[in-house]
Design a protein around this ligand. Sequence first.
Ligand code: APR
Length: 245
Amino acid sequence: MMEFPVELISYLTKATRVAVLTGAGASQESGLRTFRDAQSGLWAQYKPQDLASPEAFARDPKLVWDWYAWRREAIKGVRPNAGHYALAEMEKRIETFTLITQNVDGLHRMAGNSNVLELHGNILKVRCSECGTFTEVWGDDSESVPRCERCNGMLRPDVVWFGESLPRAELESAVNAARTCQVFFSIGTSGVVQPAAALAHAARNKGSVVVEVNAEPTPLTPKVDFAFHGKSGEILPELVKAVWG
Ligand code: APR
């Protein structure tokens, strides 16, 4: 049984507004690689930054489409881990709970969280790169990138690529949640990609208690009130048990 500082337990017991930011580390124990882990197999020769961009899609749309098709397949067999379920439990216990995620794997909703802000989109959703129409079905993609039924534009994953702007509504809600929460968690994120990385500082500047749960120290660590270095799938369930029994 992990020991947690009594001050943190007291803050969470009394809190009515909590915001959480998660990154790829929160899904690592579900078997999904973090962003800065090495890629595997066929894709080992590529860095995500070289595939997840409008330039990469313009240069070789089929390569980018195939990478996301491979990642969608990889996600189909993946389930939330104990850390995801602990956050779903926390949402039940806190009056206003906002889960902001950089992850595109959909695992937070699968674990039961409802107020989820997907800052970087969702890999399981596909939209037309021209007219923006979403679609769940598409034709054969073995030879070429499937086309939109409405305008014949190339389909693409509904994720935010490097150099693209984040969805405005989600980002505004995330900033508001960070600024109004009493406790802010940064979980499984290296805290290097903006604007998500700025949310913890926005919370701190407004006087929130900031808690980091990450496998290793990050640039945020020196600025948080409580830092727990280890696996989120182990730490979060213990924290929920320590606060809410
Ligand atoms: N539990 C907690 N933290 C973990 C675990 C775990 N089981 N496994 C790994 N981590 C930590 C790593 O130590 C690392 O600090 O999770 C962090 C993952 O960092 P990144 O791989 O940089 O992923 P992330 O922070 O989500 O990247 C942010 O950058 O590449 C873009 O759009 C992409 O959303 C991504 C964004």
